[in-house]
Design a protein around this ligand. Sequence first.
Ligand code: ZN
Length: 454
Amino acid sequence: MKKTLTLLFTLVVGFTQAQNADSVTIRKIYNEALANGKSYEWLRYLTKQIGPRLSGSAGAQKAVDWTKQIMEQQGFDRVFLQDVMVPHWVRGAKEVAYIQNGKQKTNVPIAALGGSVATGPKGVEAGVIEVKSFSELRAMSPDKVKGKIVFYNRPMDPTKINTFEAYGGAVDQRANGATEAAKLGAVGAIVRSMTNVHDDYPHVGGMRYATGVALIPTAAISTNGADLLSKSLQENPNLTFYFKQNCESLPDAKSYNVVGEIKGSEKPDEIIVVGGHLDSWDLAEGAHDDGAGCVQSIEVLRILKTLGIKPKRTIRAVMFMNEENGLRGGIQYADLAKKNNEKTIAAVESDNGGFTPRGFGIVGTPEQRAKVMPWKPLLAPYGLLEIGPGGGGADIGPLAQLGTVLFGFKPDSQRYFDYHHTMVDRFETVSQRELELGAASMAALVYLLDQYGL
Ligand SMILES: [Zn+2]
């Protein structure tokens, strides 16, 4: 009995000492990020000097070269590129759109959705059918829809507290709207922008066509434009809508994931990935989406190195290419990990904006999640309170099949869709402090993953 008590005492003391040592290290990580952080200046360069970087563009290539150079300058043990072929879609000349209501012609802001076909040089003009859902559309007789433009106008649900949930509830219109409209003979599809804000910016994003269905042009319309179109239709159901877009899909282009690595001192074959995506939409500087995630990931490695923390396991910062319109980089990373027999124990993704940290979503078994729970008291003082089952991230998603536990960094979601996929997703909308807190949060998690494994 006495022996058991002594052993228990030793275990408890040992655990407490480890927790104390961890809390001291985590404090140092935050100090370094907040007093000497580099992520904000890196983000300034990526957004202001390089700017938009859609897959296949010159900007994307510049971002590859520059992030490689930055990681080399940090003196990481290894920096390398992974080849990947990516879709190369280009917008062409700026779109034109207007509502023709009797004699009144009102221009409205639209932007072609990524992957859409063009309208042809004359544009498309047709009557408009407004719907809120695919089921509403399918219930209509094809005669009513044939030759028309389908206007999808279901807003993001403003009552959802997590805006990503609201986005998830509306984005089917953008992704599949053109195909569903084409099935009934429509000649175009116009989609209300995915945002809760009433603004004049079309919020773009990816869409896909289904095989065997006509390819019709599709564009996002600003929320103010959508409201005006809807109101005008109520007054005059016979009005027409005109739009012209000049986008094009070019042959696939060669691009790269950029990887920086600190080699593990005890278990170099066990890898922990931390990453974001390097590409952005062509209209955006890609500050929150996802320049923030990229510079935070590089910062994680810089902080560990600067503090002299020698990780037991290998830590990799990965700048994934082509998350926005293909996910080819994320797929390629997992394919190569499989081919090379790599053991990636955990992957952390930051692709929800550079806002105030709230926690991490975990994709793993209940046993794996249970291993993370004792870390909660270490992270709570920094506002990381939402740690539990949740989404990992698109780019690290394919690693799940290889047994990797996924962690999605969760910042506050309230303002993300104010900027998402628009020209206002720019450097000025990112708070230095929030960005740095995010980098520190990711570094703290990576530190704990390295210390204790999964
Ligand atoms: Zn993103």
